[in-house]
Design a protein around this ligand. Structure first.
Ligand code: NAD
Ligand code: IPM
Ligand code: MN
Length: 351
């Protein structure tokens, strides 16, 4: 029988709360599928940094690298916490993992499950995936500041887009679209202003499209994409976009599909040379942390993506089905359930 070996990084804020529920559901789903699971927890994040002055050292990274996949909660300090430099943990832990493990596909499905109330008056059928580039763009830290603190300060963040990086993520988007009923790719960018990167993305899409004659494609500027994502989200099938646009669009996609508490993601190394990492789209939510108010569903659906990536399609489907069943019953719930009650309910529905 199969066994899987995972690294678990619960992180900060609501991270540990939602990961506890995700692990509960993971155990249930794998037991049912006769798969044994070996979990190694890494206590990284704000507390670890405060205690040790380290975010992620080379030995720990090497150790994490040795697992088959990673389940990640969330990191990040509360806005008012002046003990921790802004974004330090996010960059030196989360982004460092995405970059070191070459997670070039940041896969973020957006599906409006039956029974889930959308904030949109006419949501229609929403079922698209955002293929967000994960290793380039303005995230690489390529920039600097001159004359800091003066009236003449100049700050730059240069977006890096390579032919290699753009091509592999665009190819992934087309390959995914080819497997979906509607077979459509929408490139979202801003090539009217961001000329150099924009044209690389457009040319790459045209070139890759030629290899996928069954897949149609179109283009939308990112500003217009926010309009259509709220007025007509059912027009999207597969969106491919850069790291920053993808970050912003997937919070919006989460909101229109019933809330950020339901939005799952996978940071994928599709070459499978390094472990992929699965995490909710949301952050550490300091405003509700420690109160059992977080919805663990996004983390639980991230477990489904993890199982799917590891080839355990049946176990993945049983998690998704359990979530769908639980979600359907939510409309009828008058009381507000706590994080672990939702986790228990979903675990109980895994068959
Ligand atoms: P956030 O996603 O943490 O929270 C935004 C809003 O959504 C908050 O009101 C929060 O309460 C709510 N929310 C988030 N997850 C929820 C859940 N599971 N259930 C119910 N409500 C939920 O974004 P933010 O406030 O911009 O960031 C907070 C911290 O998290 C910052 O330090 C930020 O850098 C970090 N962050 C980390 C990640 C990550 O680890 N992947 C992602 C985004 C933000
Ligand atoms: C996300 C987060 C991260 C990102 C931050 C915390 C670095 O917002 O996973 O969506 O911008 O990618
Ligand atoms: Mn984000």
């Amino acid at each position: 029988n199969r066994s899987i070996d995972l690294a678990v990084i619960p992180g900060d804020g609501i991270g540990p709360e939602v990961i506890a529920e995700a692990v509960k559901v993971l155990h249930r789903a794998t037991e049912a599928a006769d798969v044994s699971v070996n979990l190694t927890e890494y206590a990284l994040g704000a507390e670890h940094w405060l205690a040790s002055g380290e975010v992620l050292n080379d030995d720990t990274l090497a150790s994490i690298r040795g697992h088959e996949a990673i389940l990640f909660g969330a990191v990040g300090a509360a806005p008012g916490d002046t003990r921790i430099p802004s974004g330090l943990i996010e960059r030196d832990l989360l982004l460092k993992l995405r970059f070191s493990l070459d997670h070039y596909v940041n896969l973020r499905p957006a599906k409006l499950f039956p029974g889930v109330p959308s904030p949109l008056a006419h949501p229609g059928e929403i079922d698209f995936v955002v293929v967000r580039e994960g290793t380039e763009g303005p995230y690489v830290g390529n920039g600097g500041a001159l004359r800091v603190g003066t009236a003449h300060e100049i700050a730059t963040e240069v977006s890096v887009n390579t032919a290699h990086g753009v091509e592999r993520v665009v190819r992934d988007a087309f390959a995914r679209a080819a497997q979906r009923p509607r077979k459509k790719v929408t490139l979202v960018h801003k090539h009217n202003v961001l000329v150099h990167a924009g044209h690389l993305w457009r040319r790459t899409v045209e070139a890759v499209a030629a290899e996928f004659p069954d897949v149609s494609h179109d283009y939308m500027h990112v500003d217009a994409a926010t309009i259509f994502m709220t007025t007509d989200p059912s027009r999207f099938d597969v969106i491919v976009t850069d790291n920053l646009f993808g970050d912003i669009l997937t919070d919006l996609a989460g909101a229109v599909t019933g809330g950020i508490g339901l939005a799952a993601s996978g940071n994928l190394n599709m070459d499978r040379t390094e472990p992929s990492m699965f995490e909710p789209v949301h952050g550490s939510a300091p405003d509700i942390a420690g109160q059992q108010k977080a919805d663990p569903t996004a983390a639980i659906l991230s477990v489904a993506l993890l199982l799917e990536h590891l080839g355990m399609d049946d176990a993945a489907a049983s998690v998704t089905r359990a979530v769908e069943e639980d979600i359907t019953s939510r409309a009828e719930l008058t009381d507000e359930r706590g994080t672990s009650e939702i986790g228990d309910a979903i675990a109980g529905l895994v068959a």
